[in-house]
Design a protein. Structure first.
Length: 566
């Protein structure tokens, strides 16, 4: 590998490595084995999310080792530091899930802190579980030093009775078990087989959604977002990513050169085309804020209307992410959109080339491809992440409408002030076809932390109610959720939003055709209830949960933290 010659005069690490007054600073480097000539090389950070907390991150160390080799062989000094993670799958359905979205902020703060405190010239971020991606990208956008994202890779599918399994299969099996559709032995067999190794959850859930979007945005190498963690090509891609980063440092390609309104639109278009997670809405609002890009919740609806769902992927489709990779990966999806004039081909990417240049040799999708459809033969004619507004959510909310047989549902509300209470009712089979389940006080401030509702939604699917029950929350949904589900309701209940005023038995309408969500009572009655409502006491008054609750913004803005507070 030829070392990349970099003009050191333009690098910020000189702040701590050059000049007689920085002798004490250099002494610290010498303690770690540095030599005099190393101070003429760029200081390159490697933010390593390796952890044995979750299978999503348990396979990252081999990628970090490969990336380190790439940095050193290309002429850089590698500065490795750890970033935290939590396991959404393990914490799901518990109080621990309240830390999930908060971990996005913690990860971003950790990376920003290390990169800026140590005057790094660039950073390669490696992550696996859901919040690793947006947390890392928020930090990349804040620090604005040459950067690249290396996704840890997807898990391979489990197998049972000749069917592909994902972690969602196990969640849905709980609903099947409680409704008597399977016995305890079969529940256990699915449990054992759902996650066969390391890698992030295998459908087009949040981790794979964000990795795919980052590739489309230009912050990861082509094809890297759909590789399996355990495959050798993922290790090679980590090495190549390091080499690409050193070139970007030399060329001074900065994240904010890449992360623009047009590139975010490309990322959202690919999210729509692949049937990605509702969490992408929340995360790209936060990323755009970190990058100083003007992007609002209404922009998602603008993109949705012109982008069909092209990929037949779980949770609402048939295939998993490894199938998408074999079918051509994200470049094939992007080429289909580019050919239709939907993507901005002039956006610069981390490779130093434009989107159009990266895709120049990619073949068009053909009719025999079952995973990626031709644009003229989509799975759905428009995107699946719809922004609804109405008296329940005047600031907006997000509905996932892929696979929904009934796009308009009016029914009686079954209201719960926590996920646990709702889950108890669902497992007790107290929810029936036509009901609208409302779970509130799970928002950014009220939860705090916007827990994902994968356990209750999967239980309903397992009971056969996925198509006939509506679901509304000021919390979030896992990327593994499907059905008529509406999340991110804003204003949230804790701030006195109308969702806090809904009573059991009230008529509620979710209309994904007209993009509305309404409580069917009079304005006078809503005002009467509002005057009687009292904000509950905060659930946490110290620690990181209390800190997040006091600093978080509305879900319609991205639920990121800001010093402005309430």
């Amino acid at each position: 590998m030829l070392k990349i010659k970099i003009n050191m005069k333009k690098l910020r690490s000189r702040t701590v490595t050059h000049g007689e007054s920085k002798s004490p600073n250099r002494a610290m480097y010498y303690a770690m084995g540095y030599k005099k000539e190393d101070f003429e090389k760029p200081m390159v950070g490697l933010a390593n999310g390796f952890s044995t907390i979750t299978p999503c991150n348990s396979g990252l160390q081999v990628l970090a080792d490969s990336a380190e080799k790439g940095i050193i062989s290309s002429g850089g000094n590698c500065q490795i530091f750890g970033t935290p993670t939590v396991s959404d799958g393990i914490s799901m359905g518990t109080e621990g899930m309240k830390y999930s979205l908060i971990s996005r902020e913690v990860i971003a703060d950790c990376i920003e802190t290390c990169v800026n405190a140590q005057w790094m010239d660039g950073v390669l971020v490696i992550g696996g579980c859901d919040k690793n991606m947006p947390g890392g990208m928020m930090a990349i956008a804040r620090t604005n030093v040459p950067s690249i994202y290396v996704y840890g890779g997807t898990i391979k599918p489990g197998k049972y009775k000749n069917e592909d399994l994902t972690i969602v299969s196990s969640f849905e099996a709980v609903g099947k078990f409680t409704s008597g559709k399977i016995d305890k032995d079969e529940l256990h067999e699915i449990e054992k087989r759902s996650c066969p190794g390391s890698g992030s959850c295998g459908g087009m859930f949040t981790a794979n959604t964000m990795s795919s979007a980052f590739e489309a945005m230009g912050m990861s190498l082509p094809y890297s977002s759909t590789m399996a963690n355990e495959d050798r090509e993922k290790e090679i891609s980590a090495f190549n990513s390091a080499v690409a980063l050193l070139k970007a440092i030399d060329m001074q390609i900065l994240p904010r050169d890449i992360i623009t309104k047009k590139s975010i639109e490309n990322a959202v278009a690919v999210t729509m085309a692949t049937g990605g997670s509702t969490n992408a809405v929340l995360h790209f609002l936060a990323i755009s804020h970190s990058a100083g890009v003007d992007w609002s919740i209404d922009d998602f609806e603008r993109v949705r209307k012109k982008v069909p769902v092209l990929c037949d992927l779980k949770p609402s489709g048939r295939y998993v992410t490894t199938d998408l990779h074999k079918a051509g990966g994200i470049p094939a999806v992007m080429k289909e959109l580019l050919n239709q004039g939907i993507l901005h081909g002039d956006c610069i990417t981390i490779t130093g080339q434009t989107v159009s240049e990266n895709l120049a040799e990619i073949s068009a999708v053909d009719a025999s491809n079952e995973v990626i459809r031709e644009f003229s033969n989509p799975l759905y004619k428009s995107g699946h992440l719809a922004i609804l507004k109405g008296n329940i959510a005047p600031e907006g909310c997000v509905a996932k409408i892929s696979g929904v047989k009934n796009p308009v549902i009016t029914g009686p509300a079954k209201v719960f002030d926590s996920e646990e209470n709702a889950m108890e009712a669902i497992l007790g089979q107290q929810i029936t076809s036509g009901d609208i389940v409302v779970i509130r006080y799970e928002g950014p401030k009220g939860g705090p932390g916007m827990r994902e509702m994968l356990a209750p939604t999967s239980a309903l699917v397992g009971q056969g109610l996925g198509d006939s029950v509506g679901f509304i929350t000021d919390g979030r949904f896992s990327g593994g959720t499907w059905g008529m589900v509406v999340g991110h309701v804003a204003p949230e209940a804790f701030l006195g939003g109308v969702i806090a005023l809904i009573k059991n038995g009230d008529s509620v309408t979710i209309d994904a055709i007209n993009l509305t969500i309404n409580l069917n009572v009079s304005d006078i009655e809503i005002l009467k209830r509002k005057n009687l409502w009292k904000r509950p006491e905060p659930k946490y008054k110290s620690g990181v949960l209390a800190k997040y609750a006091s600093l978080s913004t509305s879900a319609c803005l991205g639920a990121y933290t800001t010093p402005q507070g309430y």
